[in-house]
Design a protein. Sequence first.
Length: 187
Amino acid sequence: MRGILVAAALAVGVAACATVTRGTTNQIQIRSEPAGAQVTTSLAHNCTTPCTISVNRREEFAITFSLPGYREQRVEVKTQVAGAGAAGFVGNVIVGGVVGMGVDAVTGSTLEHTPNPVVVTLQRDVTTPPPRTNQDRFAPRTATRAPARAPARPATPAPAPVEEAAPPAPPRMPSEPLAPGVVPPSL
């Protein structure tokens, strides 16, 4: 009877090997270049890069990166059977832990997320200028000189155009006859 109790305790102890050795959650490292991007996941996690989030091993999700002056980017994180998870699952078969196999399958402890770490290089958005940072505000500035210009002169009005008068008619000599129909001027 004692042997049966020891065997039962051993079976329960090794049941769900992957669940015991790997756990049911996975740490996902998230980084961006440049750092400081806002991260939102489809599982409602929020953080600023670089950061690490903890997610259930069974969950597949999307990560959205956003940073002013850069294009928003989205990365899909999928699950796959991990080498260590498969080894724990096989350990259940060898020891005969059918219950452990079921627990590992239900909890997803044989899975891992890919990609992990999630690393994104953000692309500049050419439609908006990059934001100024504190580093930009407090950076030493080099003295620059505006190009030399000639001093501005006050505007002077242009001279008015002079109307040229018709040249005066030559004086008429009294001995000249008047043209027909012309009345002589009175003196």
